[in-house]
Write a protein that binds this ligand. Structure first.
Ligand code: AMP
Ligand code: MG
Length: 490
């Protein structure tokens, strides 16, 4: 652990770097604290990774800081300027309307820096008509899902702690406000580049690219191909993250370019959802009437977004270099997705003929509305003598035909059933954050009971092993889960 406090360790890297720029990369702003703050949850595991002791994290000073009260601190807090395409349409300037970055926390002696950002700590220069607040309900969803994604091994922004208090926010009704401390290697979005590109400011585009290279890819600083490498990295990491989303049944819901991280991490958890029954047409955002961001559209939307980003690199790269970067997306996505899906069904390596096996399975699952997470977890136990997973299907004859081919494929590799089960259980989670689970935690939290948030945080951090205390979350979702509706209003 570090001897210095969080406040002492906070750098103002982004702030100092761009303060001297001719272009406006951010706007300085102080958070507006939550009235009578109290903890909803503290994430001790993440704190440890950041070198923050449990005592410091849960202290009164930290509560004050994390609920937006910087009275006794000399912190250059700011909100960043960005623009973006929303639902395929240029939306112009957006920016951190309710997110305020405190600075970057340095980890030990390494050069690694993590942004600390408060979400919901009041209005900023980019709030437009918004109140700068986030309600407890949506903050719990973001808090839990960031950590659930991390637990699944998927690149994501993290969540250090969540506070609430007497401050309220008006949505469809008056609700408790909350402040989430979001932690990320970078909060820079595709939209930060678009902001300057569409303002006809290639100098600022270059400044932003240089900043990213200096902070995250310092080995490339003198490389003449550095801008190519930056764009290529974004293409490849995005492809990998989306392949992982598809493999766990995660639907983001608002894949606007301002919600896409330049490092390819999952960012901005709003109306997201995990699949219950496998349904490629699943739309988790009730405001998405056309289904632009449906589950099956995510891989191609990510490429659409990358195209929008790549356009901004036209002042840094030749057309053929840009095309070359973008061309890598499909291959990377497909090879990652195929490898993960092959591993999910217990294959040591993906072979071209496995595509049929995997596709057939997904077609059957969609037809019979088989629960995505439960099925793959149950499949870990599958063998010639144990085919109870068959019970998930209505059309059992069709399953038997598939199972015959699957058994043949398994027989062609040298792995015992026990070994296969072990490796499959490390990739097929027992728990994902289904909407109804978040809802249970929210309803209890709104009455002041945060124990369900704590329980979910614990199990989702480690979703591949059974947690006896969470047995209730190992089955199918209850019928009322279908009635939950999530939209952007948060
Ligand atoms: P989102 O759909 O959550 O990614 O938000 C889109 C834009 O609206 C971003 O610029 C947000 O910062 C802004 N925004 C969303 N909610 C609020 C709010 N309550 N107050 C101010 N700005 C907001
Ligand atoms: Mg956003």
């Amino acid at each position: 652990m570090n001897n210095k406090s969080i406040q002492q360790r906070l750098k103002c890297h982004f702030y100092s770097h761009f303060k001297v720029s001719d272009s406006t990369f951010f706007s300085a702003v102080s958070p507006q604290p939550i009235d009578s703050p109290s903890w909803v949850s503290t994430n001790v595991d993440l704190a440890e990774m950041l070198g923050i002791s449990a005592d410091e994290l849960t202290s009164d000073e930290c509560l004050q800081l994390m609920s937006g009260d910087l009275t006794h601190n000399d912190i250059n807090s700011f909100s960043a300027a960005y623009s973006g395409h929303q639902f395929g349409v240029w939306a112009g300037q957006l920016g951190d309307g309710r997110a305020i970055t405190l600075g970057e926390l340095s980890i030990g002696d390494s050069e690694e820096l993590w942004d600390l950002q408060l979400k919901g700590a009041g209005t900023t220069a980019y709030s437009r008509f918004g109140d700068g607040r986030a309600v407890l309900r949506s903050s719990i969803r973001e808090y839990l899902c960031s950590e659930a994604m991390h637990g699944l091994g998927i690149g994501t922004t993290r969540a250090l702690c969540l506070t609430t208090g007497k401050t309220t926010a008006v949505r469809e009704q008056v609700e408790s406000a909350a402040v989430l401390c979001r932690v990320a290697k970078s909060h820079i979005r595709f939209g930060n580049f678009e902001h300057f590109h569409y303002a006809n400011n290639p100098k600022a585009v270059k400044e932003l690219a240089d900043y990213l290279i200096q902070r995250h890819f310092s080995d490339w600083t003198d490389n003449p191909k550095r801008y190519y490498l930056l764009l290529e990295n974004c293409v490849l990491t995005t492809a990998r993250t989306i392949a992982q989303w598809q493999s766990v049944g995660f639907c983001h819901g608002v894949m606007n370019t301002d919600n896409m991280s330049i490092l390819g991490d999952t960012i901005d958890y709003g109306p997201f959802g995990f699949l219950d029954a496998y349904n490629p047409e699943f739309i988790c955002n009730h405001s998405d009437h056309q289904g632009r961001y449906s589950f099956k559209n995510q891989p191609s939307i990510a490429l659409w977004n990358l195209n929008a980003l790549a356009t901004c690199f036209s002042s840094l790269l030749d057309t053929h270099e840009i095309t070359d970067c973008l061309k890598q997306y499909e291959n990377e996505y497909l090879s990652q997705y195929r490898t993960i899906m092959a591993t999910k069904i217990g294959l040591l390596e993906y072979q071209p003929k496995d595509e049929h096996l995997i596709n057939q399975l997904l077609i059957m699952m969609a037809k019979d509305q088989v629960d995505y997470t439960l099925f793959f977890r149950k499949l870990c136990d599958f063998s010639a003598t144990n085919q109870t997973v068959r019970d998930y299907f209505i059309d059992r004859d069709q399953f038997d035909i598939w199972a015959k081919g699957y058994l043949q494929r398994l027989a062609a590799q040298t792995l015992s059933d026990k070994q296969r089960k072990q490796s499959m259980q490390q990739i097929n989670p027992l728990y994902v954050l289904r909407n109804y689970m978040a809802q249970m935690a929210i309803e209890a939290a709104e009455k002041g009971d945060y124990s369900e948030v704590e329980l979910l945080l614990n199990i989702l951090n480690n979703p591949y092993i059974a947690h006896p205390e969470a047995k209730k979350y190992e089955g199918l979702p209850p019928d009322w889960a279908n009635t939950i509706s999530v939209s952007c209003s948060s």
